[in-house]
Design a binder for this molecule. Structure first.
Ligand code: 5GP
Length: 136
């Protein structure tokens, strides 16, 4: 069964498109956090960012830069959150990779709810080593 986003891209269910291209589309979120909340969605359906084809990933940067500029211009917002919920434990509800672009204004009362914590130099060093090994 194709994802809800694949069905929107295929025209099987309606979507309010902002732009379309060979590998990425953007449409309004049906339940926006703020007016102008847009989803940037790859045409290739895969659950996680890391599963996307190289050519799709190559197009992401330019699409994201242009779309954040369009959201700023259309809404007048001075800032945006770009959010990726990459996996269900991170809050991903639609298992088709996507980015949220959310307009932000000073004093809008919204907050992204992740909490930071202090970390020791030893634990940062250990994690750096693990990540460097995983990167290789
Ligand atoms: P996630 O939690 O997976 O990162 O976000 C999924 C987003 O998709 C939610 O913000 C939700 O409002 C949006 N969404 C779910 N179903 C539809 C739909 O049928 N159409 C549109 N335009 N957005 C949807």
């Amino acid at each position: 069964m194709p994802s809800v986003f694949s069905r929107i891209i295929a025209g099987a269910i309606p979507g309010r498109f902002v732009c379309t291209s060979e590998r990425w589309v953007a449409f309004l979120d049906i339940n926006p956090v703020a007016d102008g909340h847009v989803l940037l969605v790859p045409v290739h359906e895969a659950p996680r960012i890391q599963d996307l084809p190289a050519e799709t990933l190559a197009d992401l940067g330019p699409m994201l830069a242009r779309l954040t500029a369009a959201v700023r211009a259309a809404t007048g917002c001075p800032a945006v959150n770009v959010i990726v919920n990459d996996g269900p434990e991170a809050g991903q509800e639609v298992p088709h990779a996507h980015l949220h672009i959310v307009p932000r204004f000073a004093g809008d009362g919204q907050r992204v709810g992740l909490r930071h914590h202090a970390a020791s130099a030893e634990s940062l060093d250990a994690m750096q080593a693990k990540l460097q090994a995983a990167w290789r």
